[in-house]
Write a protein that binds this ligand. Sequence first.
Ligand code: 5RP
Length: 233
Amino acid sequence: MSNAIDLKQAAAARAAELVEDGMNVGLGSGSTAYKFVSLLAERVRNGLKIVGVPTSEITRQLAIKEGITVSTLDETPSLDMTVDGADEMTRSLHLIKGGGGCLLWEKIVAVASSRNVVIADGSKLVETLGRFPLPIEVNKFGLEATRRAIINTFTKCGLNGEITVRQTEDGQVFVTDGGHLILDAALNSIPDPEKLSVQLNLVPGVVENGLFVGISTDAIIATETGLVEWSRV
Ligand code: 5RP
C-alpha cells in the first residue's frame, strides 16, 4: 500500500467484508465511504442481500447507480451497521466529522445503528482532536447571533478560535442536504470533546456539531504497514 487512495480502499474493502446477508447498512459519505459503497455493491451484484440507508444525497445517488437497494430511516429506522469515514479520530474513537458537510445526517444514521465502523487512512488518527476545523451545522436564521453564541461557548469551555462560514469552491455559501449552513471553527485542540459537544448543542441556532463522541464502536485504519482494527471497550 502506498498512497492515501490505496489506504482508503484497503480500509473500505475490510469493512465491506463485515457486512452480512440481510443486514440494514448505513452508508457513509466522503471519499473513503464512497469506496466502501462501491465495494459493497460488488458483493450485492454477487448475491448479497442488504438494504442501504445513505447519509447524504451524493451517497444515495452513488448507491442507486451501483445497484444497492436504498431505503430511508423512516422506512428502516433500525440499522445493523453503519460504515463511515472521519476527518480526525482518536484511539478512543472520538471523531471529528463533517468535512464533506454531511455531519447531521451522518450522526442521525449512526445513532440509529447498532454498530458504527469508522474507516480511514492512518493520517486521520490523532492524539487530541482539533487540528481539523470543527464543522458546526447551523440554522440560516440569526447566523451572526448564533456565531457569537458559539464563540461564548468556546470561551466557557476554555477554547478560542476563528469561525468561518463554509463556502463552495465557486464562492457560494455552502448549504447542507438539510438546508442549513456550516460554520468551520479553527480551535487547534479540543481536550474535552464530550463537554464541547454538549455545550454547542445547547446554542439554539446550532443544529448539530461534528464531534462524534461515544458513537463509533469499531475502527479500521489502513497504514503503510497494514490494517489496524480495534473496538471501543
Ligand atoms: C463527510 C465526512 C467524511 O466522512 C469525512 O469528511 C472524511 O472524508 P474522506 O473519507 O473523504 O477523507 O464526515 O461529512
